[in-house]
Design a protein around this ligand. Structure first.
Ligand code: TRP
Ligand code: SF4
Length: 332
């Protein structure tokens, strides 16, 4: 049933910060890829709740709830705990211990020079935890001795630091002790929110996996179309349709895309009707996920049990890695 302990498979580690419910952009950009990897690799998927604290240290009231909501979303799209190990970062104290040991070999300049630091700070003050974000992420990856990390382009600088840290560790302590994790660059389609900005950037512009059909229809109703098309009798231009037509391309089948294209160009369909049809297509696409989500949501005890099992498995892995690390450092 399980391939979790198959030692011949390469190890993949990845994590997500529990910032709230996931949207279709998360699915198309990240989770879809996890579903492929869990069949071919030994996967470790982590809820990065300590990382959420780096920018949200004062606003902690939602973190516990968000952890569970995110795992529900993972399960609903088909992330499979019999294939991959799912766990919560703060359940694994060994990650913090490894983070501390690794931090000793990280020059401050590596962190200060990281282009992602600017994004994390967003003008705010630089805390020690924020500066150390990539070191903690390195501890995440190296705790299960991850060899590959699926990431988007924006995360590449972090991964470069992880590789540098692993390389330095091996150099200083003599040997091939820790793997140098490699990025698995995933092609992330840019999914716009209904308002035309990046999905998730403003609070309510995303189509959530956990939305009801009505919520999705309501959001799509507000979606940006071809701004030059004023009247229903004006022919539209799908290439100039900012959000609605691109959604057809993401969620509809070839026939529905072609039909929308031609009816739009000939002014045979109005934008309102086009959106109504789109809402049905998107809801149909999300239906199996939402169904599974509702089933899991009715048994949160089972979800917690999945995370407990992930924690137990992960702590075995983590203790093995720390043994290796401390032996190499002659601490034991
Ligand atoms: N930094 C990642 C993000 O914001 C989240 C993350 C934490 C992560 N630990 C990780 C990603 C380990 C990959 C591997 O999206
Ligand atoms: Fe966009 Fe559809 Fe309106 Fe054409 S009819 S502009 S594709 S919403």
């Amino acid at each position: 049933m399980t391939n979790k302990l198959d030692q011949t498979k390469k190890r993949v580690m990845s994590g997500m910060r529990p910032t709230g419910r996931l949207h279709v952009g998360h699915y198309l950009g990240v989770l879809k890829n996890w579903l492929l990897l869990q069949d071919t690799h030994t996967c470790f998927f982590m809820v990065a709740d300590w990382h959420a604290l780096t920018t949200q240290y004062a606003a902690t009231e939602n973190i516990a709830q968000n952890r569970l909501e995110m795992v529900l979303d993972w399960l609903s799209v088909g992330v499979d705990p019999t294939k991959a190990t799912l766990y919560v970062q703060s359940d694994i104290p060994e990650i913090a211990e490894l983070h501390l040991l690794l931090s000793m070999l990280v020059p401050k300049a590596w962190l200060e020079g990281s282009p992602t630091l600017k994004d994390l700070l967003k003008g705010g003050e630089c805390n020690y935890g924020v500066l150390g974000y990539p070191v903690l992420q390195t501890a995440d990856i190296l705790t299960p001795r991850g060899e590959f990390v699926p990431v988007g382009k924006d995360q590449l600088p972090h991964l470069e630091i992880s590789r540098d840290i692993a390389r330095r560790f091996n150099h200083v302590y003599g040997g091939d002790i820790l793997p140098e994790p490699k990025p698995l660059l995933t092609e992330t389609p840019l999914v716009k929110g209904v308002d035309g900005n990046k999905m998730g950037k403003s609070s309510n512009n995303g189509i959530l996996i956990s939305d009801t059909d009505d919520e999705t229809a309501r959001k799509i109703k507000t979606a940006i179309t071809d701004r030059n098309r004023i009247l229903k009798t004006d022919p539209g231009d799908p290439n100039n349709c900012e959000v609605v037509f691109p959604y057809y391309q993401l969620f509809a089948d070839e026939a529905a895309i072609a039909l929308a294209d031609s009816e739009c160009r000939q002014a045979l369909r109005g934008c309102m009707d086009c959106k109504k049809q789109l809402a049905e297509i998107v809801n149909e696409w999300l239906r199996p996920m939402r169904h599974r989500r509702n089933e899991f949501a009715q048994d949160m005890g089972a979800v917690q049990a999945i995370l407990n099992a992930g924690r137990d498995h992960m702590r075995d892995e983590a203790q093995y890695t720390l043994g290796l690390v401390k032996t190499s450092m002659k601490l034991i």
